[in-house]
Design a protein around this ligand. Structure first.
Ligand code: SF4
Ligand code: SF4
Length: 161
């Protein structure tokens, strides 16, 4: 029996067998590309970047649209209306963005030639393993409308990996 919390909001059914190990990012179908997202929510946390070194610090201050109980965007389809600078990651722009993506993000891992972790839903078969492994943002963010930008520095966290 499958608990409702086990339901995967991303349709990962019927994809090519272990395609992420052999198909280059640029040759993946749109569904295969979308299925790489593990649903951790970490890319929706605000970051602080040192303009000189490009060093990125993660904060627990979340984008206004992030629901940290599901770790999903509350308005994914129309998010650009509310958050115009939300990045739509594609095989074409991954090179530009990989450096600030979370260390466990599947897009970054594959871009850097690394393997996915066993807790990835493509491997485990359930999105719950991401939360069980402690690598998602579930339950520990603060909404950005509660923290002025000049105070984000006080909320810097180590990325859960
Ligand atoms: S960090 Fe990567 S894997 Fe996690 S939610 Fe964002 S795009 Fe998906
Ligand atoms: S708009 Fe949605 S997808 Fe974009 S950063 Fe915010 S919560 Fe994440």
């Amino acid at each position: 029996m499958t608990d409702s919390s086990d339901r995967d909001p991303i349709d990962r059914a019927g994809l090519r067998d272990r395609y992420w190990e052999r198909v280059p990012l640029k040759n993946m179908t749109a569904r295969e590309w979308e299925a790489l997202c593990d649903g951790c929510g970490k890319c929706c946390l605000n970051k602080l970047e040192d303009p000189d070194t490009n060093e990125v610090a993660l904060t627990r201050v979340a984008c206004r649209l992030l629901d940290d109980s599901t770790c999903r965007c509350a308005q994914y389809e129309i998010r650009k209306h509310f958050v115009p600078d939300c990045v739509v990651l594609t095989p074409k722009n991954i090179a530009e963005h990989a450096y600030w993506m979370p260390a466990t993000c599947a897009y970054r891992l594959l871009y850097e030639g690394k393997a996915l972790y066993d807790w990835h839903p493509l491997i485990s078969g359930t999105p719950e393993t991401v939360h069980a492994a402690g690598v998602s943002v579930r339950g520990w963010t603060v909404p950005e409308f509660e923290v002025p930008e000049e105070e984000w520095e006080d909320h810097i966290v180590d990325e859960p990996v």
